[in-house]
Design a binder for this molecule. Structure first.
Ligand SMILES: *[C@@H]1O[C@H](CO)[C@@H](O)[C@H](O)[C@H]1NC(C)=O
Ligand SMILES: *[C@@H]1O[C@H](CO)[C@@H](O)[C@H](O)[C@H]1NC(C)=O
Length: 429
């Protein structure tokens, strides 16, 4: 008998075991995507003032009966003139009277299908091959018995918005945290009262940490089994300073970064991802120009000098105190990160100023997030801390986004979820 026929004989038994396990054993998993990691829909109202004829209300042609269309992601944004319409519609505004952010005038937005994994599988369901996001991860989880809608859920959100320090309103971000809390309770209730595993990517991890920090230890014990954070930028990234200074073409060479720079600067969550002075050393210069040198402690001056003074007040009052209060989640955590990928660490700008792309010196990280930021929880809690169980899995050569599609990385993630499922119920006994 050869190996193949043995495998064939075993398959039905293994499948049966998996099905039993799905019914009796698995802790529900909730996926929380990163920035740009789920679809976002928009509708234009009478208050909308198009930039030009091209951006008028006819565009895009495909809308539903109530006028809703997919704002993110739609491939037409890659074409110059439409990039401008997109940027205008995606733009956020900080309103000093409200002390909060809001949408562009005449633009309503919504996140489709909260609770479902559907809006985070593909950013554009018509272009599955090019825009797959969490689809490979969801397939891998299904292989160990997870079933979307039963014990596997998605928590998409409006990733342009962020959260603010205590005492400052953040209407959209706080609503998301409440929806996520409700989803956790519902997922637990429909799965035999089992506590939930939260599985985030990138920015999603910062939201989850805030949710954990803002709920009582007794609620956490009751509802959270484990928090698995993939590629979380706990302390921001130097890449974000590049985005604010010169714009970022979302990795698409066709897009002129200057066309989207204004929109990217306006995003509250981008401001949240500026390198945190809590983690980046004051002596460590991150951006150098012919006249100035900026560390993570000089972000307000930097925002001013790049021509974005509007960002200074919300950064100082809302973001800085939030990132300085970075605290342990007080639930069991696994951080899974990529390392050994060249990641922007110092930016050198010449006489031409911030409109020109800088010379970049690279350091260690996952290509987007610097290692010091990926490892921030470890540096805050200390390794082997009995009161804060924390495990870090490093995967060499895996980038910020390839962690969601590479087979080795997916194997590590799913292995970790399986192992969490086989741990005993009581953790803090
Ligand atoms: C962490 O949780 C434990 C109970 O699980 C609680 O006694 C402790 O006060 C919590 N720590 C913080 C900082 O909230
Ligand atoms: C352990 O982690 C807690 C946060 O949960 C922190 O307050 C404490 O200082 C840490 N202890 C050590 C020895 O690092």
């Amino acid at each position: 008998m050869n190996g193949l026929s043995i495998k064939l004989a075993i398959v039905p038994i293994v499948t049966m075991l998996c099905i039993c396990k799905a019914i009796t054993n698995l802790h529900p998993v909730i996926l929380v995507p990163g920035s740009g990691g789920n679809q976002l829909e928009a509708r234009l109202t009478t208050g909308y003032k198009p930039l030009n004829l091209l951006c008028d209300r006819w565009y895009p042609l495909c809308k539903d009966k109530e006028g809703w269309f997919r704002l993110w992601f739609d491939p037409s944004v890659l074409l110059g003139p439409f990039t401008m319409c997109f940027a205008q519609r995606m733009m956020l505004y900080y309103d000093p009277d409200l002390d909060d952010y809001r949408n562009a005038p005449g633009v309503e937005t919504r996140v489709p299908e909260f609770g479902s994994t559907e809006p985070l599988l593909y950013l554009d369901p018509n272009l599955k091959h090019f825009t797959a996001y969490m689809a490979p991860l969801v397939e891998s989880l299904e292989e160990i018995g997870y079933v979307s809608g039963e014990n596997l859920f998605g928590a998409p959100y409006d990733f342009r918005y962020g959260l603010a320090a205590e005492g400052h309103p953040s209407h959209v971000g706080s609503k998301f945290l409440q929806d996520l809390k409700d989803l956790i309770e519902k997922a637990s209730a429909s799965n035999g009262e089992k506590p939930v595993i939260l599985l985030s990517h990138s920015l999603g991890g910062l939201y989850v940490l805030q949710l954990l920090n803002r709920n009582s230890p007794s609620w956490l014990r009751r509802f959270i089994k484990h928090f698995v954070a993939l590629s979380a930028p706990w302390g921001g990234t130097v890449q974000e300073m590049l985005t604010f200074a010169s714009g970022s073409s979302f990795g698409v060479p066709l897009v002129n970064p200057l066309l989207v720079r204004g929109e990217q600067r306006s995003s509250e969550s981008n401001l949240w991802l500026m390198p945190s002075p809590k983690l980046f050393d004051p002596g460590k210069v991150l951006v150098i120009t012919p006249n100035e040198a900026y560390s993570a402690h000089d972000i307000p001056q930097f925002l001013n000098d790049i021509g974005f003074p509007e960002g200074v007040i919300p950064y100082k009052s809302r973001i800085l105190p939030l990132t300085e209060a970075l605290t342990a989640p007080n639930v069991s955590v696994t951080c899974i990160i990529g390392t050994g990928v060249k990641t922007p660490e110092t930016l050198f700008y010449g006489k031409a100023g911030f409109d020109e792309e800088p010379e970049v010196v690279y350091g260690d990280g996952d290509g987007t997030v610097n290692l010091v930021s990926l490892l921030a929880l470890e540096s805050i809690c200390g390794a082997d801390n009995k009161s804060q169980p924390l495990k870090v899995i490093r995967i060499s050569g895996i980038s910020h986004t390839s962690i969601l599609e590479d087979n080795v990385a997916l194997g590590e993630i799913v292995g970790e979820i399986s192992s969490i499922n086989s741990h005993a119920e009581v953790q803090f006994a």
